[in-house]
Design a protein around this ligand. Structure first.
Ligand code: ADP
Ligand code: MG
Length: 589
């Protein structure tokens, strides 16, 4: 339960909702409790009339009855109105809290670094924001509301009952604890079984999801039979669980009826005896009718007890996960409140970096510097640390040793948001959202006009492809849309970076899937575009590197060669070999 205390700050934030909700609940329960009394009184009136023979005017009893009926209708309407407001205040409050909590969790997600994302599966991350938060909402909303309602209803109804007959009240309440305990036990079991069933269902669905994503591989390896078997097993298990649950659920109804029935019998028997004996305050037959209605008012909240308590338990478990998550300190945090325009001068001084989760030393004593307007090309085999350099420039990680400076300032002292805003990155594996092409490009600049989008696409040499689609820039990508080729994806991703008009452009091997002619065209456009920007281009091709002001060759995280194209082709080593290899390939094609 301690975990749920975290939510108190929200109850305080929405204290007026909470307070008005409680006031409305109390008022609603008081009005509801008048109804059995009115019903009892009208029955008593009818009985009195019957007893008196026919010497009383029928008109009087008729108008008396009518008055009771109008009062009952009126009270019911007031009760309905107040119940509406109870929900309005309390359930609406829970939606506000859910909204706030979701935002809090999401903000934390955005603060966390890639280390965190490496360690967690996407499915788990989704659960935290959707399932856990909605379980918590069940606590702040319905659970709290029903608890308040139950407590207040018990208080008010017992006062009304006691007022009518203390002794009969005592008799009626005796079976309640016993039966409520039984119902509580039963509904806890139902909840436990239902959780098991849900868990099974979600593992079944995530398993099927994986099959759908990997269907091509499964077919290629003809593993259909094997997977069908696994799905059958999981479904079988889920069926058994569902049947268990159905059995318990079927028991619940009879149990409830027993609870109500026994209480009613108690009232009829003891109430009847007391009326016959003319003792203990039961002088009106209507009191017995009122008691039956009171008892029925009490049984429903008792039945919800088990349900509420399991909601609270589940919410506590979810909140525990959320609390642990919110406690994680983001590894990369903004350390400067000062804003400054980024010029784009970058320098690395003896930078070393090790990925903590794999303990792989990705960079070792890397030093270079480039000025605004210059282009740096990085070449090297896969795994030599090229992408790592780009990630460090965007401060997605902090270095272990050595210093990275931006415009002469150590990178940690640069405002993180300014830094990231001034960088346009085209990652190695282009990621596009399931949205229109236009919106995918506009992702780099939310308020970009149509012309800007087209201009960026033209610079990335993808415009001609786009206008060939039926819906052109409105073409949907992804799951419900079309699939772009690798090269087209890369170019849309380049357009996204260009539209941002960044001071620093980081291109991570983003021309690998385009043909050399298109590559040439893009590089030409970039030459103009990046005149007073800083560009770092990672590539496997000499053609992408040869015009750079500076070229560095990495091997196992160390710089093994650096210089300009002309210097490097005259120096024995990786660059020269690559140059001649690619030259001869070009001649062959
Ligand atoms: P390149 O871009 O030159 O192919 P990287 O910079 O991506 O190389 O990787 C350098 C080394 O660091 C590789 O050995 C790679 O396996 C490792 N590495 C890269 N990214 C991560 C990561 N997120 N977590 C752990 N190790 C990584
Ligand atoms: Mg890479």
């Amino acid at each position: 339960m301690r975990e749920l205390q975290y939510l108190n700050k929200y109850f305080i934030k929405y204290k007026y909702h909470f307070l008005f909700g409680i006031i409305a609940t109390i008022a609603a329960q008081i009005f509801a409790s008048f109804i059995p009394n009115l019903v009892g009184n009208s029955i008593t009136a009818v009985k009195d009339y019957a007893d008196s023979g026919s010497d009383v005017d029928k008109g009087i009893i008729r108008s008396q009855l009518l008055r009771f009926i109008l009062l009952i209708i009126g009270t019911t309407l007031v009760n309905a109105f107040l119940t509406f407001w109870t929900r309005q205040w309390l359930i609406v409050m829970s939606r506000y809290i859910e909204f706030d909590l979701k935002n809090e969790v999401f903000r934390q997600y955005e603060n966390l670094t890639q280390h965190f994302y490496k360690r967690h599966r996407t499915g788990d991350l989704m659960n935290r924001i959707s399932e856990d938060v909605s379980k918590v909402r069940m606590y702040v909303g319905p659970a709290v509301m029903y608890t308040i309602m139950t407590v207040i209803r018990f208080g008010v109804v017992i006062v009304f009952m006691y007022h009518a007959s203390p002794k009969l009240t005592l008799y009626t309440l005796i079976p309640l604890p016993l039966l409520s305990y039984a119902i509580f036990k039963l509904s806890s079991r139902i909840n436990k079984k239902s959780t098991l069933f849900q868990e099974n269902l979600s593992s079944l669905s995530s398993f099927s999801q994986e099959i759908f994503s990997g269907i091509r591989v499964i077919k290629a390896y003809s593993l259909e039979e094997q997977y069908r078997e696994k799905v059958r097993d999981l479904s079988e298990e889920s069926k058994t669980k569902a049947m268990d649950l159905a059995k318990l659920n079927a028991l619940f109804g009879p149990f409830m009826l027993a609870l109500i029935g026994v209480s009613n019998l108690v009232v009829i028997f003891f109430g009847g005896m007391m009326y016959i004996n003319g003792s203990d305050g039961i002088t009106n037959i209507g009191t017995i009718a009122a008691f039956i209605l009171y008892v029925n008012m009490l049984t429903w909240p008792v039945a919800s007890l088990g349900w509420v308590s399991s909601m609270v338990q589940e919410a506590a478990a979810s909140q525990k996960r959320i609390n642990e998550f919110l406690k994680i300190e983001p590894e990369i945090a903004n350390e400067s409140e000062e804003h400054a325009t980024i010029q784009g001068n970058i320098s690395f001084e003896n930078v070393s970096f090790t990925y903590r989760d794999t303990n792989i030393k990705a960079l070792e004593n890397v030093s270079f510097d480039i000025k605004r307007g210059q282009t740096l090309a990085i070449l090297g085999k896969t795994g030599s640390g090229k992408s790592t350099i780009l990630q460090l420039v965007g401060r997605l990680y902090d270095t272990d040793s050595g210093t990275i400076r931006i415009d002469g300032k150590p990178i940690r002292q640069v405002n993180l948001f300014d830094l990231r805003n001034s960088i346009g990155t085209v990652p190695q594996d282009a990621f596009l959202f399931s949205d229109t092409i236009k919106n995918n490009i506009r992702f780099g600049k939310e308020d970009a006009s149509e012309e800007e989008v087209i201009d960026a696409a033209k610079k990335a040499v993808v415009h001609d492809n786009i206008i060939n689609f039926n819906l052109q820039y409105e073409t949907l990508l992804g799951e419900r849309g079309i699939t772009l080729s690798g090269g087209q994806k890369q170019r849309v991703s380049i357009a996204r970076a260009l539209i941002k008009n960044p001071e620093i452009l980081l291109l991570d091997d983003c021309l690998s899937a385009v043909d050399t002619e298109t590559e040439e065209a893009i590089l030409n456009n970039l030459l103009d575009f990046s005149k007073n920007k800083t560009t770092i281009i990672v590539s496997h091709r000499i053609s992408s590197a040869k015009n750079a002001d500076k070229i560095i060759i990495l091997e196992e995280g160390k710089i093994i060669q650096q210089g300009s194209h002309n210097q490097l082709i005259n120096e024995d080593g990786y660059y020269k070999e690559l140059h001649f290899k690619q030259l001869s390939e070009k001649e062959l094609t």
